[in-house]
Each structure stands twice: as C-alpha cells, then as structure tokens.
Design a binder for this molecule. Structure first.
Ligand code: MLT
Length: 426
C-alpha cells in the first residue's frame, strides 16, 4: 500500500501521508492540508475524523471487539477487579501484586472527602440531579487541592484522590434524597463493597454486602471503564489540552456524559420502560410504535449503537450479569418483565435484527442498577464512576504526548461584511 494518498483539487495535487495503527486502522494525515491547499475538511460529529492517536482502547464496531491495552473486555470482565483495570488503563500494564497493593491501598486511604466539600454539597437543593452535584463537586476539588493547577506534575496523587473520592461523593446524593444520614467510607472494604456500604447501609441495622451484587457492580464498572474517543472522553481531552487541571477536565467529562444521547441513555431506558408500564405494559404496542417511529415519534432507548454495527460486546457480558443478579435477588419487577419482552423482540424480530437494533450496554445496565436498588437518576453517576479511569488515562496520555491545544476550524456561513446602522435608523 502506498505511504500517501493523493488529493487533486483546483488542478493541483497534494500528498496526504497514510497512518496505519497497530490494529490495521488507516487514516489520512491532513495536518498540512490547509497550509498547502487552503482547504480544511469538515465532518459534523467527527464520524470520519480521528482527533488523536491513542494506545489505550481499541474497538472494532463491525466485529464487536473492545480491548483495553490489548486485553479483551471479555477476559477483563471475567478475571479482573475494577481497580486492576483502572491501573491497566492509566499506567498501561496490569499491576503486579506489589503495585496493586500500593495502588489499591492508596485509594482506600483517600476515600474520605474534605468536610468543606460536603458543606458545598449541602448548599444544593435536596432534589438536585446527582450529575449536577457530581460535576460541580469534582470541579470544586481543584480549590481544595491547588497543587493540581500550580504547575506541579503530581497528577498521580490527584488520580488516586479522584478514584477514591468519586464514589463517596456519589453516595451523598442518594442518601440525602432518601433523607438518610450520609455514610463515611469504610477502609476495610474493597472498592465496590465500600460504595454499596455508603449507598445502602443504615445505622439502625447491620448491612451485609451481597457478593453477587458486588461482583455485578465490579463487572458493570469494568465494562464502562473506557471507550476510546466517545463524547465525554473527547471533552476531557479537549479541556485538558488547554492545560486545565485534572479535576476541571474530569468535571467537564461528567457534564458531557450527562446528556441523554450519551451517558444519560441508561436513565432514558428505565424511564421508557416505566412509561410503557404506566400505559398498561403492552410491549407489542410499543414494538409496533417503534417500527412506525416516523408517525408515532416513539424512540426505543437502549438499542443499537453508533459505533457497534452488529452487537455491543459489553451488552453480551452484562446480559449474563443481569440474569444472575435478577435470579439471585429474586426481583419481581414489572418494569424488568417489560424489559425482557423488548429484549426478546429485539433479538428475534426481523425488523430489529435487520436494523441491528440489539439491546446495548445502556439497556442492561439500567436493568441491573434498578435491581440493585439504585435510583434512576443515579444511573449516569454509575456510568461516571466506571468511566473515570478511562477519562484519567486519556487525559494523562494527551498530556504525556504534549498534544497542542484543541482548536477545530469551521466554514463560516453567516452574513458577509456590512456597515453598522445606528439604532435610530433600523
Ligand atoms: C460509551 O461507552 O462511551 C458509549 O457507548 C458511547 C460511545 O462510545 O460513543
């Protein structure tokens, strides 16, 4: 294959270097295109545009492949802890026993949050959306740790703080919404068990973490840990490219994830299921509405994926976890029965199969979180806890590569130059 592609425009020819990645992905390098030709490219939604080269996550949308640093999501979900995967994403290799003990131990020692952050939290309205408080409080951490922006490269300490404190901060929203006392973390518990303790234990009774629930949460967090240059990760990289500190960059990623077209999709799934239940629970009626979306305007959330063209490898794994959790907890929930009816149709009805509208990771994650007793408006918070190590890894990679500040071009389509008209003459 030639090392260059040739572009011919206005009678002139330009050579565009061809870049080939380790998984044989190919790109045209247009770094010099505007200087040489005066042309830029335009690609709304960046569907055909690579923003960077990255060694963190590889996904193949056609083959349904998702690998973190060369390890398959199937292997990691079955054999690793979430913090092992976090270490792998951030530092590039699976930790040795000693490295893991140091990393996991440091996180256990930093789970408590400065009481000043809680004071800020208590200033929010009680019914605040947990993503509003999470993004705000994560950004506020830069004020509590000014060495994060005073030009010192001690990001490892801030990486530990973020990984350690995000679950603690996340649990506050739920406890206050329930009118329950907030729990302090327990440093004798592992990461997932500690979060479940902070979320569900009450001073009036002994709380035992169900190992099946903790294992399902571990799997869910691993499946959400990174996903190459998705909207929120690209946001973290873009904000970080201005040399903004880690807390501010992650806060921006949390805000991007909140959107219903991105991380908010799992909340939309349950709200869709609850609406179907409220309307009588007739799954076939809504299947027909989805097939006639042009006239009904009904959109199925949790099916298909903008990147995966055949199936979402994470959905296959999470479906198994969902079945295990529902069986173990003996959950009898009409909303989850409706979900199974939609799943059955999506996996067997030719209309959905032909359009690759299979249940995706958001469909099943919403079901599990609901079965675990996590409230719907906390679902995207759970996605953020999972995605945090990926955001951190991508931010760290971008900084290490000393990438320039991200500043996309545009094609101007507004009014051309015109004279100012005084207001009395308009
Ligand atoms: C994700 O995991 O970030 C979502 O699947 C969205 C995406 O990758 O675009």
């Amino acid at each position: 294959m030639s090392d260059f592609a040739e572009l011919s425009v206005e009678g002139k020819k330009y050579q565009l270097p061809i870049v080939v990645g380790t998984e044989a992905e190919k790109a045209l390098d247009i770094n010099k295109l505007r200087d040489e030709s005066g042309y830029i490219t335009i690609d709304s939604g960046y569907k055909n545009t690579g923003a960077t080269k990255s060694a963190i996550t590889f996904l193949d949308g056609e083959k349904g492949i998702l690998n973190y640093r060369g390890y398959s999501i199937e292997d990691l979900a079955a054999k690793a802890t979430f913090l092992e995967v976090a270490y792998l994403l951030i530092y590039g290799e699976l930790p040795t026993t000693e490295q893991y003990a140091e990393f996991e131990g440091a996180i256990r020692r930093h789970t408590i949050v400065n009481e000043g952050v809680r004071t800020i939290f208590e200033g929010f309205p009680v019914n605040s959306h947990p993503m509003a408080t999470l993004s705000s409080l994560v950004s506020s951490l830069s004020a509590f740790y000014p060495d994060s922006y005073e030009g010192k490269d001690n990001s490892d300490r801030h990486i530990i703080r973020l990984l350690a404190k995000l679950p603690t901060i996340a649990s506050w929203s739920y406890k206050r919404a329930m009118g329950h006392p907030m729990n302090y973390p327990k440093n004798d518990l592992d990461y997932c068990s500690n979060f479940l303790h902070m979320m569900f234990s009450l001073p009036v009774e002994k709380y035992e973490v169900d190992p099946v629930v903790a294992s399902a949460l571990n799997t869910l967090l691993i499946l959400h840990a990174d996903h190459e240059q998705n909207c929120s990760t690209s946001t973290v990289r873009l904000v970080g490219s201005s040399q903004a500190n880690l807390y501010s960059s992650i806060s921006a990623g949390i805000s991007a994830l909140w959107g219903p077209l991105h991380g908010g999709a799992n909340q939309e799934v349950i709200e869709m299921l609850e609406a179907i239940k409220a309307d009588g629970g007739d799954v076939s009626k809504y299947i027909d509405m989805a097939k006639n979306a042009k006239t009904t305007g009904f959109r199925l959330f949790g099916f298909g994926h903008r990147v995966y063209k055949n199936f979402d490898p994470r959905a296959k794994i999470i479906k198994k976890a969902a079945d295990e959790v529902l069986a173990k907890l003996g959950v009898n929930d009409p909303v989850l029965e409706i979900a199974k009816g939609l799943e059955e149709a999506a996996l067997n009805d030719e209309y959905f199969v032909a359009r690759k509208l299979y249940p995706n990771v958001d469909f099943y994650s919403g079901i599990i979180y609901r079965a675990l007793g996590i409230p719907t408006n906390m679902f995207t918070v759970m996605f953020a806890i999972g995605r945090l190590p990926g955001w951190i890894a991508q931010w760290k990679e971008m900084r290490a590569a000393k990438e320039p500040i991200g500043r996309p071009r545009q094609i101007y389509t507004g009014a051309t130059l015109r004279e100012f008209v005084p207001i009395e003459n308009r």
